[in-house]
Design a protein around this ligand. Structure first.
Ligand code: ZN
Length: 113
């Protein structure tokens, strides 16, 4: 499962941050996940619960902010919001565009005590 490996990675990063800060318990992890990142948030939450058992983050909550998808048209250079990679430009209907935003998966903050 894709989300399980992401959850493991998040846990490792958060533990590293908490240790650096001299903390023993992770309370909250803030994440930013793009709408086009292909991450099932339910699966991620479930996976995190599984991998964080008996860790510093056992009691931690994941706070997820979804970043909307944004594409830039290769035909007319207009930026427009997208829900998927295959949406045509609303101005000139071309399917060629570059994704400007929405593919990211970022750990924004770790709150630990
Ligand atoms: Zn266009």
């Amino acid at each position: 499962m894709h989300e399980l490996s992401i959850a493991t990675h998040i846990l490792e990063l958060a533990e590293e941050e908490a240790r650096k800060a001299g903390c023993t318990q992770i309370l909250d992890i803030e994440l930013e996940i793009g709408a086009l990142a292909g991450v099932q948030q339910d699966a991620l939450l479930f996976g995190f619960e599984a991998v964080s058992k008996n860790s510093m983050a056992e009691q931690a909550t994941l706070t997820i902010t979804t970043t909307p998808g944004l594409a830039k048209c290769s035909g007319c250079n207009v930026s427009f919001p997208v829900q998927s990679f295959f949406e045509p430009c609303p101005h000139c209907a071309t399917l060629l565009h570059t994704i400007e935003q929405g593919e990211e998966l970022r750990m924004v903050a770790v709150h630990a005590g």
